[in-house]
Write a protein that binds this ligand. Structure first.
Ligand code: ZN
Length: 132
């Protein structure tokens, strides 16, 4: 189900099975980040090494095991690992030969966050039916 409201968009992962990658920026009209959901089949590597101009990335490994190349170092990653990578770092991911590697990548401009969690949240008066 896709759904758009005044202050939200709800969408579905579409390309993850077909292209191995689904980017959400346009579909969700993201304004402060890019988020992608990625799936590398067993034994498959991202075919290039990359860095960024301005954006840091956070990778959240959802399933599987793999290898991360990071500035010349190679190490194992697996489900439940979360990794923040500075923009300038050279990075590349590969799934282990016997494991699909599924991960979310959240890209945001480095040093752009001014406030978060309780410093940005506001209490409001409206309530859902389950909070009375
Ligand atoms: Zn990147």
């Amino acid at each position: 189900m896709e759904k758009t409201g005044k202050n939200y968009r709800l969408s579905l992962l579409e390309n993850i099975k077909e292209a191995g990658r689904d980017t959400l920026h346009d579909r969700l009209a993201l304004t402060g980040s890019e988020i992608s959901v990625n799936e590398l089949p067993a034994g498959v590597s991202v075919p290039f090494v990359h860095a960024h101009k301005m954006n840091e990335e956070v990778y959240i490994v959802l399933e599987g095991k793999g290898q991360l190349f990071l500035d010349g170092e190679e190490f194992c990653i697996e489900k439940d690992n979360i990794i923040r990578i500075d923009p300038a770092a050279a990075r590349c991911f590969k799934a282990d030969d016997n494991s699909t590697l599924k991960f979310i990548c959240i890209q945001t401009q480095a040093n752009s966050l001014n406030q978060f969690t309780e410093n940005d949240g506001l209490p409001v008066e409206v309530k859902p039916s389950w909070l009375s």
